[in-house]
Design a protein around this ligand. Structure first.
Ligand SMILES: Cc1cc2nc3c(=O)[nH]c(=O)nc-3n(C[C@H](O)[C@H](O)[C@H](O)COP(=O)(O)OP(=O)(O)OC[C@H]3O[C@@H](n4cnc5c(N)ncnc54)[C@H](O)[C@@H]3O)c2cc1C
Length: 287
């Protein structure tokens, strides 16, 4: 680890001013669960660490106009246990519950999970399926991006230098919707996923009006299962259709071979998990 200056601003404006002062030599730290490892491994060597811990107003979870807004500094554990999240978007609380261990969930933050842009993480998958929007602040002001446009490449997000994530807004799925999050991790319960899938299915009688499917750990970013979504839209849902929708995502994923499985294995498991996630979401929509 290299020597660095440590700053603990109290407001977003102060944090942005420090980031402006140090430019590319500054690095934001929130929960530190990823960054401390990167510092130890000398993957990053910042001249200044800007802690967000004392920044006021970034740690709230609130219901706003049919949506839930989660501040960037909320921990995974807070999102998992929040009554607002559990009541309105239970699949999101369940997703945070499936991250690592409770000790890590007490440290890792919602903004950190987005900014880190590790394609093996769980929350981005469900946020993508739910069509969430990321709030960002920089020296030039505030902007908002759909999660669909936030992840750009392997560990690379749409954040420009000097920008920070301030929160994420997630709309409550429309009436008649069912949701699911499936995390396939054959090794240990606290591991990253071999394949993770989130699905949101909206019913129109016995037909599917709209389906949104997202996958993690099968590409350089979390991905939408667009082929599966297109197959379900407007159709009567059957076992056969769900199986075909699962198979349809195989061409759109591009997993890396690693100790969690070969690329070929992950591609097959992506199809299985998409079918399973869609079946669970459809079942929930019918209830
Ligand atoms: C052993 C272990 C197992 C894990 N398993 C899983 C798992 O199974 N599933 C899962 O989803 N996650 C898992 N995680 C957590 C995940 O990999 C990240 O460590 C975590 O999401 C990062 O959040 P953080 O708040 O600690 O970020 P930090 O470590 O503080 O920061 C990470 C990066 O994001 C930047 N950053 C942080 N906050 C902001 C912000 N608000 N604005 C702009 N940039 C910011 C930092 O500059 C840094 O580049 C695991 C972590 C560990 C250590």
């Amino acid at each position: 680890m290299n020597a660095f200056e440590y700053r603990a601003p109290r407001t977003v404006d102060e944090a942005l001013a420090i980031l402006g002062e140090f430019g590319e030599d500054a690095r934001v730290i929130a929960g530190g669960t990823a960054l401390v490892t990167m510092l130890r491994q000398r993957l990053v060597r910042p001249a200044c660490l800007v802690s967000l811990r004392d920044v006021a107003g970034l740690d709230r979870i609130e219901a706003v106009n049919g949506a839930v807004r989660i501040g960037a500094l909320c921990t995974h554990r807070e999102a998992e246990t929040s009554a607002v999240v559990k009541e309105r978007i239970p699949v999101l609380a369940e997703t945070f519950r499936r991250v690592a261990t409770v000790r890590i969930r007490h440290m890792a933050t919602v903004g950190g999970a987005l900014a880190h842009a590790d394609p093996n993480q769980d929350p981005p998958v469900t946020l993508l399926a739910l069509g969430a929007r990321v709030q960002i602040r920089g020296a030039g002001g505030a902007r908002e991006l759909p999660v669909d446009e936030f992840f750009r490449d392997y560990y690379e997000s749409a954040l420009a230098p000097g920008e920070i994530v301030t929160g994420v807004t997630v709309s409550v799925p429309p009436a008649g919707s069912g949701t699911s999050f499936v995390k396939f991790l054959p090794r240990t319960a606290d591991d990253y996923a071999t394949v993770a899938v989130a699905a949101v299915v909206t019913r129109d009688g016995d037909r599917c009006r709209e389906a949104r499917v997202a996958l993690g750990s099968v590409g350089v970013t979390p991905l939408r299962g667009s082929a599966a979504e297109a197959m379900l839209a407007g159709e009567r849902v059957s076992e056969r259709l769900l199986e075909a929708a699962g198979d349809a995502v195989k061409a759109g994923v591009d997993p890396l071979s690693d100790h969690r499985g070969s690329a070929a294995y992950k591609r097959e498991m992506a199809a299985v998990m998409v079918r399973r996630a869609l079946a669970q979401a459809w079942e929930a929509a019918r209830r």
